[in-house]
Design a protein around this ligand. Structure first.
Ligand code: FAD
Length: 266
């Protein structure tokens, strides 16, 4: 329990005040936590909400919901920024503490924003894996697509722990496992530390190494759909690449062949 913060602030209008049920730290920069889920809270897998900590003037920050829409609790996957207005405090939460989040979820990384297709590619760097942790655990994704491929690129191997364990648990899950079995593939790549597949995802796409690794043809707007979430550089480069391949961008109002969301501002 975090005793440094006063947890007794009244929850403001339009905000849920929920209790931390689980915290797991992966590295000195990354952790995940779970909250109780209010019965009235509805969201679509892949959406984000604004999170804050109890206080007079909370700092609100966007967070992708990492758990699927059917789950009884809500999971988030978080960075720890040294001196970051929210995360310097958020990283100290413990079981029993309160976290606030605004009631209205939103976002473009939703199945509704994509036209029907055969394969769903989810391209991520860093905490950009979070919305895909939600989508790969949603049976609806397997109803809409034959195959799900999620790529997660980080600098170091230890930063891949969350995507590896979440994907493994999805394959073993009693509910989603039977959909995901043989249809969900995780591709991990690193840019600094040595690992079986090294390089920026754009480099691996351009060279064709990604497709060779998977034994799949290069992206084709006829059959493939793409979701992109990560740093601005990565978004820009992957967007340029898929647009050059003939993909058109989608939104909630007008579904398309690919959608983009940044994993942080900066
Ligand atoms: C749509 C959207 C969804 C987001 N979802 C998540 C999420 O699921 N998990 C998460 O941890 N963050 C997420 N973020 C980022 C989040 O909103 C905050 O920026 C982050 O929690 C840090 O907050 P802070 O107040 O401590 O520092 P801030 O003042 O917000 O950030 C300080 C600096 O830290 C760096 N930074 C911030 N966030 C990240 C990050 N995630 N990865 C790497 N560097 C970062 C940037 O350089 C930024 O300028 C999301 C942002 C957006 C726009």
């Amino acid at each position: 329990m975090n005793t440094q913060r006063d947890q007794s602030w009244p929850v403001p209008d339009g905000v849920f005040g929920e209790t931390v049920t689980e915290v797991e730290h992966y590295t000195d920069r990354l952790f995940r936590f779970r909250l109780t889920r209010p019965a009235s809270f509805r969201f679509r897998s892949g959406e984000f909400v604004m999170i804050g900590l109890p206080g007079e003037k909370p700092v609100w920050r966007a967070y992708s919901i990492a758990s699927p829409s059917w789950d009884e609790t809500i999971e988030f996957y978080s960075i720890k920024v040294a001196g970051g207005p929210l995360t310097e405090h958020l990283q100290k939460i413990g079981v029993g503490d309160q976290v606030w989040f605004r009631k209205k979820p939103t976002g473009t990384l939703v199945l509704d924003a994509l036209l029907p297709g055969k394969r769903l590619w989810m391209i991520s760097t860093g905490t950009g894996f979070a919305p895909f942790a939600s989508l790969i655990r949603d049976p609806e994704a397997y109803e809409k697509f034959d195959q799900l491929i999620v790529t997660h690129t980080c600098r170091e191997v230890a930063e891949l722990a969350y995507s590896k364990t979440t994907t493994q648990q999805t394959l073993e899950d009693p509910l989603v496992g039977e959909f995901a079995d043989g249809r969900l593939t995780l591709v991990n790549t690193t840019t600094q530390e040595q690992s079986p597949l090294m390089g920026r995802i754009t480099t691996l796409m351009e060279s064709g190494a990604l497709y060779d690794h998977l034994g799949l043809p290069a992206l084709d707007p006829e059959v493939d759909r793409v979701m992109i979430c990560g740093s601005m550089d990565m978004l820009k480069d992957v967007k340029t690449l898929v647009e050059a391949a003939g993909f058109s961008e989608g939104s909630n109002a007008s579904p398309g062949q690919f959608v983009v969301e940044r994993a942080f501002v900066g």
